[in-house]
Design a protein around this ligand. Sequence first.
Ligand SMILES: Cc1cc2nc3c(=O)[nH]c(=O)nc-3n(C[C@H](O)[C@H](O)[C@H](O)COP(=O)(O)OP(=O)(O)OC[C@H]3O[C@@H](n4cnc5c(N)ncnc54)[C@H](O)[C@@H]3O)c2cc1C
Length: 410
Amino acid sequence: MSKTTFPASRAEATARLAAFLPHAGKDYARLRNHDPGPDAPSHVSKLSPYVRHRVLTEAELVRAAVDRHGEGRAEKFIQEVFWRTYWKSWLELRPGVWDAYCAARDRVRAEVTADADLAADLARAEVGRTGIDCFDHWVRELVETGYLHNHARMWFASIWIFTLRLPWELGADFFLRHLLDGDPASNTLSWRWVGGLQTRGKTYLARADNIAAHTGGRFDPQGQLAQEALPLDGPLPPVPRPIAPGPRLGNDGGRTGLLVFDDDVDVQELAERVMPVAVAGVSSAAARSDAPVASNVQDFAAGVLDDALSRLSVPGARVHETVLTPEGIAETARRWAREHRLDRVVARHVPVGPGRIIADRIAGALQPGGVAFVQDMRGYDARAWPLATTGFFPFRKHIPDLVAALETSD
Ligand SMILES: Cc1cc2nc3c(=O)[nH]c(=O)nc-3n(C[C@H](O)[C@H](O)[C@H](O)COP(=O)(O)OP(=O)(O)OC[C@H]3O[C@@H](n4cnc5c(N)ncnc54)[C@H](O)[C@@H]3O)c2cc1C
């Protein structure tokens, strides 16, 4: 299998977007569900590792597709980008779902350790030795490239849950440890969706004929897959919480430090508003799991952060290029604030997930020294997030308005 590589830079991301753009209209609408495999030209953009870190923003993708094809012909592509926005919004309104996932993952991992048969089944799945060719191939593709096609992710999750009967939380964790685009919202909620926890009672069953038809006959797992998918059991999600965007930050005349989280490395516009005297990066990639996260995933996150810091240009700012790692983050952040005599630390609003946990830790560490930690929410997020109160279909009705409201700072 030749490796799909993802160089960690904005230059690479914009070149890929430009190359994909001619296909973002009717080609995408017709062919996006086909997975020709890692060695053949793709029908999808493969931009998700970049969008995950906002090397490219969702707004940039949508605007580029509309400019090239018009909103009508780019509808499918735009809708897929808004699936990401919807998942991010849904989790943002219900942060407890991420906490519950992490707690269940830890609990299930302990159960596996105590059950030798289950541990052996899990080990076989994670090294791609289940005997189900397509699944074993996707394990290798995921581990080697850090990417899987959307349809392959759906089949993979369905086989993991309903055929191999493994705990969904450990499948979601396996994805988070190996996907370059591993995202607390898109990943957790998609696994919940396959298992019937997200859209209550509605599961996704992988079928051999569907796999054969959409992989160009590369695989045909007739007789190997579960024939039914009974919904998993779990508590109802919490009631959505209200979201307050907060004021748009400016230069307050004090000494500002800018923290760039790897959830959103696109900070040039924010930096120009708040005029930091110091800038530092924080990667939460290693904290996506309690188990070791693949080195290519950590390297990619560190790489896009480095690339963003090196492109940032703020008059008077001393760019602190070290990537602060989650371990010891409270003390490191406190020292950094003291070293630069900061009055406040500003960051883009950090979404729910490991980044938010680190952000909360930093806020707690800075508070005793009287240094405020303030998060600035993008207009794009502030407009979309409150809309995910129910399912995707009601949310989808807002897409034309959200597209019309796009601003250059989004
Ligand atoms: C079980 C499972 C786990 C997933 N885990 C993740 C994850 O951890 N991170 C992640 O970014 N996506 C995840 N997805 C969603 C989707 O599979 C990927 O975003 C998509 O495959 C990325 O490929 P692409 O960039 O070529 O997408 P394209 O088809 O080119 O779409 C353009 C962009 O839209 C967004 N997008 C497209 N489809 C979806 C979708 N169904 N849900 C959310 N956003 C979408 C992505 O940002 C993508 O880059 C998961 C899906 C499933 C079924």
